[in-house]
Design a protein around this ligand. Structure first.
Ligand code: SAH
Ligand code: SF4
Ligand code: F3S
Length: 457
């Protein structure tokens, strides 16, 4: 783009939370760049700071207020030098707390919910013309997801060989611990045509691996491509995207066990581009707790799906999410969760202490588990998962794995990439290999990464 004489405006976008927030942050950058904004990593240089927030656990939400405390000082210093700084809080905290944020943090100019990002330019110009305080605004009420995707720029420019693509937003499941149905609204699936066009644009700009995103991605259901009079599910969408030349790897996340249907399981056997890795959170191994969480399936049903998946794709790597200390969780319930982990054997897993969230049914339950018990359970669970992760990674030593190189590593001459099982792999290799899928001989493994060497080296 041709440079004008006015200095560029700079924007700092900071992102917390899940991959959908990462996707949304990229899309906000896509909106802001044509308005003359350049990215910066440094708040001192930023004319606009966008905090894309997460409300999933109390700690996640509170981080925003400490960040805003830091920004208050920077904004004042910049102001003393005659520079303006606009601060926008967007994402799930924005949706959940709305105007409360403006009250609690006067430094904030703009509060914008996750379904309203396309209105960002309009709101920024409102701030500029409307003076300072009078224009402080909140837009975090509607859930018009369709409008959001229609209004976002059509063209996407890849930032590397891998990309996220949101295909579904929101959640109708109302697990009793979870804020997502309140912050992201009802389930909404984008159409096959819209998704295919975005995937093609990504591949044209150099992407080789796409991860389809949704809070309930395997509940995706939408119209088939124009001309085909059908409603498709995720298995068909994956089959359709598999046909894009130049796209080599497909993944999807996050799935709910209930929506893991036979067709989708079969896709893991029939689509070579669909990577052998599945994140399928179960949260607890106890039927009593699963019921109290409103997960709408039993542990036996979960095990049976895992058996089917493994039968279809024997080398699949499984990952999961676990919550310890949901209200009423007894020692036996917790032992059932450990049993589930031993039964399944995870390649990786995320685990959290239950955090009561305002407005969710779980927060109002009487039998909250004391903090020290939650900590002790989390420690035991994480020790078990740690062992499994290490064993899974060590089992790759001596094997030849195809790795998609994504970035330069931290050490000189090193590249980092991902195996089909989503493991980080580090190799000494030339940067020209970024964006290529290359066979790597695995030499060593730690809990969170593998290292290896190029076969020809
Ligand atoms: N849609 C996904 C999960 C989205 S939230 C699913 O259905 O599994 C990501 C993870 O955060 C959840 O899987 C859960 O393990 C954790 N989580 C959500 N709410 C939580 C809470 N109140 N306290 C602790 N962990 C929570
Ligand atoms: Fe939250 Fe449950 Fe929906 Fe997942 S399925 S986003 S845990 S309510
Ligand atoms: Fe957090 Fe919202 Fe994602 S609450 S986990 S950023 S959907």
């Amino acid at each position: 783009m041709k440079k004008s004489n006015t200095p560029p405006k700079r924007v700092l976008v900071k992102t917390w939370g899940c991959q959908m927030n990462v996707y949304d942050s990229e899309r906000m950058s896509d909106i802001l760049h044509p308005l003359g904004f350049e990215d910066t990593d440094n708040a001192e240089d930023a004319d606009l700071v966008v905090l894309n927030t997460c409300h999933i656990r109390e700690k996640a939400a509170e981080k925003i207020y400490s960040e805003l405390g830091r920004l208050r000082k920077i904004k004042a210093e910049r102001q003393a030098n005659g520079l303006q700084t606009k601060i926008a809080v967007v994402g799930c905290v924005a949706q959940a707390e709305g105007a409360e944020i403006l009250k609690r943090a006067p430094v904030v100019d703009l509060v914008l919910g996750p379904q309203s990002y396309h209105k960002l330019p309009e709101m920024l110009s409102g701030l500029e013309t409307g003076g300072s305080d009078s224009a402080r605004t909140v837009l975090a009420t509607d859930f018009d997801v369709d409008e959001k995707f229609k209004q976002l720029p059509k063209k996407r420019v890849a930032t590397g060989p891998t990309a996220f693509l949101t295909v579904q937003e929101g959640c109708d499941k109302f697990c009793t611990f979870c804020v997502v149905p309140y912050t992201r609204g009802a389930e909404h699936s984008r159409t096959t045509d819209e998704i295919t066009a975005e995937a093609r644009a990504l591949v044209t700009s150099g992407v080789r691996e796409i991860t389809l995103l949704g809070q309930n991605v395997n509940a995706w259901a939408a119209a088939a491509p124009t001309g085909v009079d059908e409603t498709w599910g995720l298995a068909q969408l994956l089959g359709h995207l598999s046909k894009i030349d130049g796209l080599d790897r497909l993944r999807y996340t996050t799935s709910h066990p209930r929506d893991m249907d036979a067709q989708l399981i079969a896709a893991h056997g029939s689509l070579p581009k669909l990577m052998p890795y599945l994140h399928l959170p179960v949260q607890s191994g106890s039927n009593r707790i699963l019921q109290a969480m409103n997960r709408q399936h039993t542990i036996e049903e979960y095990f049976s799906k895992i058996t089917d998946i493994r039968r279809t794709r024997p080398d699949i790597a499984l990952s999961g999410d676990f919550i310890v200390g949901f209200p009423g969780e007894t020692d036996q319930d917790f032992e059932d969760t450990l049993h589930c982990i031993r039964e399944v054997g995870y390649a990786s897993a995320y685990s959290f202490k239950y955090s009561p969230r305002p407005g969710t049914p779980g927060a109002g339950l009487d039998d909250q588990v004391p903090e020290p018990i939650k900590s002790e359970r989390l420690q035991r669970l994480q020790a078990l998962v740690w062992e499994q992760q290490l064993a899974f990674n060590q089992a790759q030593i001596g094997k030849m794995l195809p790795v998609l190189f994504e970035r330069v590593g931290r050490h000189a001459g090193q590249l980092g990439g991902r195996s089909a099982y989503l493991q980080s792999v580090y190799v000494q290799a030339a940067p020209e290999l970024i964006g290529q899928i290359v066979d790597v001989q695995i030499i060593s493994a730690s809990n969170n990464a593998l290292s290896g060497q190029l076969v020809s080296a």
